[in-house]
Design a protein around this ligand. Structure first.
Ligand SMILES: Nc1ncnc2c1ncn2[C@@H]1O[C@H](COP(=O)(O)OP(=O)(O)OP(=O)(O)O)[C@@H](O)[C@H]1O
Length: 264
């Protein structure tokens, strides 16, 4: 059972304060948190800071243990981060790529255990047909699926995904979010996903965190937190939250305020 707590997290690039004393948590085991907000709001920066990839102040604790106090091997075994950029083309096959990245962070895990984990994740994601294909011969979306297999195979207690569906068609978007949510629930692990598709976020995330001006503008149950006022404030859009024929909330955007949103 994992828990996550973030206290006073701040990140600045030079003079630009991107995250300013940001707080959230405790996040309970099994939950997927959707991190949303306009371009440049700091979603990627938040995930990178939690991974330890950008200098930051404040504390990120997993199971009451500050991640900054862990050595690299321990941190890599507990946390996996999928960056926004797709895996680079390479002459390795998809299977070799996933195997070698797992091996790099789990030197002591027996080969048979790594292979079993790979087998399970390739099956779960439905990408067996890609296993023996070279990365430089895959499409962008296919490479994004391989990147997901890389992080899921490691079964991290904290899964950080930066726009993991950006290159995927409708089928694979649903497939990925279903797989991620099922995996987190089964293993009682925690996930954060930076995502622009607000309806996907609304449907699959347990909670949504709206970032603006370096802070958490709002955070709460996905079905409750979004309002027209919040969407106007966060994105500069006029939007409605309607209910679809299956009883699920759905966001419909009517127009963008052309003046307001230009402040990048
Ligand atoms: N390495 C960097 N050096 C300087 N500024 C940066 C750097 N990386 C990001 N920024 C700035 O920090 C701010 C937050 O960027 P970040 O990538 O975290 O936003 P984001 O919410 O993920 O945006 P997007 O939705 O466009 O991916 C932006 O204003 C960006 O220009």
């Amino acid at each position: 059972m994992s828990t996550l707590q973030v206290d006073n997290l701040s990140v600045r690039y030079g003079k630009h304060q991107v995250l300013n004393q940001l707080n959230f948590g405790p996040v309970k085991a099994g939950q997927l948190i959707g991190v949303i907000g306009r371009n440049g709001a700091g979603k990627s920066t938040l995930l990178k800071a939690m991974t330890g990839l950008v200098p930051h102040q404040g504390k990120v604790s997993l199971n009451q243990q500050p991640l900054a106090l862990l050595g690299d091997p321990q941190r890599s075994s507990q946390l996996a981060y999928l960056p926004q950029t797709l895996p680079q083309p390479s002459t390795l096959t998809a299977y070799e790529m996933v195997y070698s990245s797992f091996r790099a962070v789990a030197a002591n895990v027996p080969r048979t255990q790594i292979e079993a984990s790979l087998e399970a994740v390739f099956k779960q994601l439905g990408i067996h047909h890609l296993a023996l294909r070279r990365l430089d011969q895959l499409s962008g979306g296919q490479r994004q699926m391989v990147g997901l297999a890389q992080v899921l195979t490691r079964q991290p207690q904290l899964l950080l995904l930066d726009e993991p569906t950006s290159a995927l068609d409708l089928h694979w978007q649903l497939n990925v979010l279903q797989t991620v949510t099922q995996t987190l629930k089964q293993r009682q692990h925690i996930g954060l996903i930076a995502i622009h598709d607000i309806n996907l976020a609304l449907r699959f995330c347990d909670q949504l965190m709206v970032l603006a001006d370096g802070k958490v503008l709002a955070m709460g149950n996905s079905r409750e937190v979004l309002t027209s006022d919040l969407l106007r404030q966060a994105y500069g859009v006029e939007a409605r939250i309607e209910t679809c024929s299956q009883g699920r909330p759905i966001v419909l955007c009517d127009s963008a305020d052309m003046g307001e949103h230009a402040a990048w």
